[in-house]
Design a protein around this ligand. Structure first.
Ligand SMILES: C[S@@+](CC[C@H](N)C(=O)[O-])C[C@H]1O[C@@H](n2cnc3c(N)ncnc32)[C@H](O)[C@@H]1O
Length: 367
């Protein structure tokens, strides 16, 4: 067995890497283009373990075309707040379920770009563009789809610093060159822009051999990132502080799959990370943030992550990174930040929320 090292090098080493990547991508295309016909064909809960959707999203979901709803293979709900007028890029958009939810959320003045490499998935998504523009009362569709590799967005004409938000739902685990894919994301995000994505993560590095199993790969397990390697990968790209927004365990309900890969534990995790120059630890500058209650769908409170719950009008002491995330992004209009970074009080005294469950071996996201 090959011994993987950190940073997902099991698929980064160059000897034969291109061939392996091609084989992996064609297996994924075949799984999502031919093997699967609807969410019901999935063999584990990996690609469909979604928590309860907030009411305003459930209302939009009910208005989507049934064929688009039926071909949802995501593992979370990567739909952040404050999207009105935003440009959003959905990587591995599949048949477009999240793209069309986002279409309603960004509104007519916003724009949603879906990217996927599987023709059959995009064919379904494209077919229902006019239907959704009509359903949301848009004079013309604010959605476009591009076929190609999400690890090469330049080839699709997506420029540097051109989008406000990047989302993705259960896709990165399928991508051979994850480092390149995340580098592309932070290239195309505007300064202060946000990556908000859900994916399958494992509690350990998985043997590379398992990538050759089309079912384990297609079911979003064999390519799952070890959560600590994900943090290292982001750190290597200059992204020092990513936050966990939601997480849920994945059950291996199929006996054959359990036998092959049941030695590891899997979770669906939704992360957010900003294109901002943040510090690698949470530092205390005596700053305080107050949510103004100005987002229509969140009148009473807004969560930044699994341990920052901002009640409307209630000041909360925050570290420098949180102050920058809120004050340096599109959330700035919805927060008052008191204090600046002129005076430093040492490391921020922080702890994850009581009851928060840590991925075994993972550092809880700080403060
Ligand atoms: C598990 S499905 C999720 C689809 C969609 N996000 C959803 O929630 O229904 C994964 C999708 O990622 C796409 N995909 C995987 N690797 C890709 C890559 N390198 N470039 C573009 N699309 C990719 C597949 O074609 C497939 O449609």
């Amino acid at each position: 067995m090959n011994t993987p090292t950190c940073g997902d090098s099991r698929i980064d080493d160059r000897t034969g890497a291109d061939t392996r990547a091609d084989v992996q991508q064609s297996a994924v295309r075949s799984y999502y283009g031919e093997t699967l016909r609807s969410s019901r064909d999935l063999r584990t809960t990996a690609c469909c373990s979604i928590g309860a959707m907030p009411a305003h999203l459930a209302t939009i979901l009910a208005r989507l075309h049934p064929e688009v709803r039926d071909r949802f293979y995501g593992c979370g709900s990567p739909l952040p707040p404050a999207l009105g007028g935003a440009s959003v890029l959905d990587l591995g958009c599949g048949s477009g379920r999240d793209v069309y939810l986002l279409s309603a959320l960004v509104g007519e003045s916003g724009r949603v770009i879906g990217v996927d490499m599987t023709e059959q998935q995009l064919e379904v998504a494209e077919r229902h563009r006019a239907f959704h523009a009509r359903a949301f009362g848009h004079a013309r569709s604010n959605v476009e789809f591009h076929r190609g590799d999400l690890a090469d967005l330049t080839a699709l004409g997506i420029g540097n610093a051109s989008v406000d938000v990047v989302v993705s739902n259960c896709v990165m685990n399928l991508v051979p060159d994850k480092r390149r894919a995340f580098a592309e994301i932070f290239r195309v995000l505007k300064p202060g822009g946000e990556l908000y994505f859900s994916d399958v993560f494992s509690d350990r590095r998985l043997p590379r051999e398992l990538l050759a199993d089309p079912v384990l790969l297609g079911e979003c397990l064999a390519g799952a990132l070890y959560v600590e390697d994900f943090r290292r990968l982001l750190a290597g790209l200059g992204v020092a502080d990513a936050r966990v927004c939601a997480r849920s365990p994945i059950a291996l309900t199929d006996a054959a799959i359990e036998r092959k890969i049941g030695f590891a534990n899997f979770e669906s995790i939704t992360w957010r990370a900003f294109k901002l120059p943040l510090e690698d630890r949470c530092e205390d500058y005596g700053q305080v943030a107050t949510y103004l209650g100005t987002l229509d769908e969140y009148p009473h409170a807004l969560d930044l992550d699994d341990h920052h719950h901002f009640e409307t009008g209630k000041p909360l002491r925050v570290c420098g990174n949180v102050a920058d995330m809120l004050g340096g992004s599109r959330y700035a209009a919805h927060f008052r930040i008191d204090g600046d970074k002129r005076r430093h009080f040492g490391l921020f005294d922080c702890a994850p929320a009581a009851g928060a469950v840590a991925v075994p071996g993972a550092k809880a996201s700080c403060c």
